[in-house]
Ligand binder design. Structure first.
Ligand code: FAD
Ligand code: NAI
Length: 471
């Protein structure tokens, strides 16, 4: 085994959390090593998560729109065919371009990129089993655990990524399944249901709770998007528990039961997607060698400065607390390096946007109406529908609305919830407003360009403290 010079920071995991921390630390003049076992950088997000799923969402939407949404716009198209292989190739081109770009950025910032699997030998030494064979070790004054997450398995249904798939299989199917059953109506479930339903599958989503969208989505929004997705052809079974699944040959039978007890049903599928959440991944890290424990959900326990109980070992991203989102991991990665280098850093956890990239998109930031009710916080609501927005009408895409929740006394924003085309871009304005402690009147008195979808945001703000003009 060889040993390189001692680093200021050794990072285990080259996902969004790990690579962003590596670049930031390099920029701060620190000596950095980043260990990644996958063979490419960017982690779940770039390789099998955010990026490939958005490529498929974008192109399946185009396909679906060309098939079903052109005639009334005055566009007559001829023979439209799906070339699934090329669709997947386009996805791979995006992924490869971005992962290579990250590798270039690590090099540019002087980061040593070690391709292999890292595990703790002691509190300052990480042993690396190199992907190309052999072993090395690297010592660090500081060590960052950024090992991410993995799919939560469904008991009794072994994932083979062909018939029983996780999101990783769902972004790489070689043919369009005839019948796809999705277990879990959270964000992964709904994004993948959208992709395959647009490409021709008959999709049924089974969700345990009474509402889809996963944790955090405002109930009114969840109901709204469910109606829209249903119109697009997706079948929903909410308030329904999956009891078990059984694979026989090329088919899977999924046994369900009403969540509150009672009615049982068997669903037939040729592909079943397991999307019931993700769990932190710390397998093979050798945490036992340094006495680090996990909480009951497998998360690395940290304090407000991302320190484990061994102060120079820290953890950020999916492997620890908080929403499992790439931009959350990125914010933490910058903050943890600032803590190490300067002693202070900051992430505003009340101000992390969520986006679901269905069509239309769903986006929100801050608190939902049910959160506020539960916490007994008074609020005022203002909404504005896209059916009254000139740009949405021009584009013939009028589904959805903007909903703003604000404090009835001070008018300070509490939450912003949008269903609409481009909601994912529009939420940035809401996030900035929330971060700056804006009131709904601040937004209402800010000039917005005409005709844009963002005028719906301004008008929802007008409706929150006074009255909208166009509705
Ligand atoms: P990861 O990205 O999981 O990276 C951890 C890396 O560590 C992995 O590459 C792994 O190989 C490596 N590793 C683990 N153990 C070791 C070891 N011992 N040695 C060396 N390397 C190791 N989030 C969004 O914000 N927007 C989206 O649109 C979005 N879409 C998603 C779609 C899907 C299908 C999925 C599954 C997730 C999506 N996410 C999205 C979530 C996002 O991918 C994660 O929040 C993000 O990747 C977390 O970053 P991370 O660096 O903490 O972990
Ligand atoms: P999730 O937690 O969002 O949703 C899982 C859903 O499955 C929940 O609604 C839950 O009630 C349901 N469920 C659990 N057990 C069930 C059962 N036995 N039967 C029926 N339903 C059951 O998890 P998901 O969708 O797997 O996503 C994992 C993570 O990935 C999320 O934390 C999400 O933030 C992230 N992600 C983010 C994306 C984005 O930002 N656009 C896209 C994809 C993933």
């Amino acid at each position: 085994a060889s040993q390189s010079e001692e680093k200021d920071l050794v990072i285990i995991g080259g996902g969004v959390a790990g690579y962003v921390a590596a670049i930031k630390a390099g920029q701060e003049g620190m000596k950095v090593a980043c260990i990644e076992k996958r063979g490419t950088l960017g982690g779940t997000c770039l390789n099998v998560g955010c990026i490939p799923s958005k490529s498929l969402l974008n192109n399946s939407h185009l396909y679906h729109q060309i098939l079903h949404d052109t005639k009334h716009r005055g566009i007559e198209v001829g023979d439209v065919k799906l070339n699934l292989q090329q669709l997947m190739k386009a996805k791979e081109t995006s992924v490869t371009g971005l992962t290579k770009g990250v590798e270039f950025l690590l090099k540019k910032n002087g980061v040593e990129y070690i391709k292999g699997t890292g595990s703790f030998q002691d509190e300052h030494t990480v042993k690396v089993e190199l992907n190309d064979g052999g072993e090395t070790s690297v010592t660090g004054k500081n060590i960052l655990i950024a090992t991410g997450s993995e799919v939560t398995p469904f008991p009794g249904l072994t994932i083979d990524e062909q018939t029983v798939i996780s999101s990783t299989g769902a972004i790489a199917l070689e043919k369009v399944p005839e019948k796809l059953v999705v277990i879990g109506g959270g964000i992964i479930g709904l994004e993948m249901a959208s992709v395959w339903s647009r490409l021709g599958s008959k999709v049924t989503v089974v969700e345990y709770l009474d509402q889809i969208g996963g944790p955090g989505m405002d109930t009114e929004v969840a109901k709204g998007i469910q109606k829209i997705l249903k119109k697009q052809g997706i079948t929903f079974k909410t308030g329904t528990k999956v009891l078990s699944g059984e694979k026989t040959g090329d088919e899977v039978k999924v046994q369900t039961e009403a969540a509150k007890g009672g009615k049982e049903e068997t669903l037939d599928a040729d592909v079943v997607l397991v999307a019931i959440g993700r769990r932190p991944y710390t397998g093979g890290l050798g945490l036992e060698n340094i006495g680090l424990e996990l909480d009951e959900r497998g998360r690395v326990i940290i304090d407000a400065e991302y320190r484990t109980k061994i102060p120079h070992i820290r953890c950020v991203g999916d492997a620890t607390f908080g929403p499992m989102l790439a931009h959350k991991a990125e914010e933490e990665a910058v903050a943890v390096v600032e803590y190490i280098k300067k002693g202070y850093g900051h992430v505003n956890y009340g101000c992390i946007p969520s986006v679901m990239y269905t069509f239309p998109e769903v986006a929100w930031v801050g608190q939902s109406e049910q959160d506020l009710k539960k916490a007994d916080i008074p609020y005022r609501v203002g909404t504005f529908p896209f059916s009254a927005n000139s740009r949405a009408k021009t584009n013939l895409d009028t589904e959805g609305f903007v909903k703003i929740l604000a404090d009835p006394e001070t008018d300070r924003l509490l939450g912003i919830h949008i269903i609409g085309p481009n909601a994912g871009e529009m939420i940035a304005e809401g996030t900035l407003a929330l971060e700056y402690g804006a009131s709904s009147e601040d937004i209402a008195r800010t000039c917005h360009a005409h005709p844009t979808l963002s005028e719906a945001f301004k008008e929802a703000a007008m409706a929150t403290h006074a009255k909208a003009i166009h509705f």
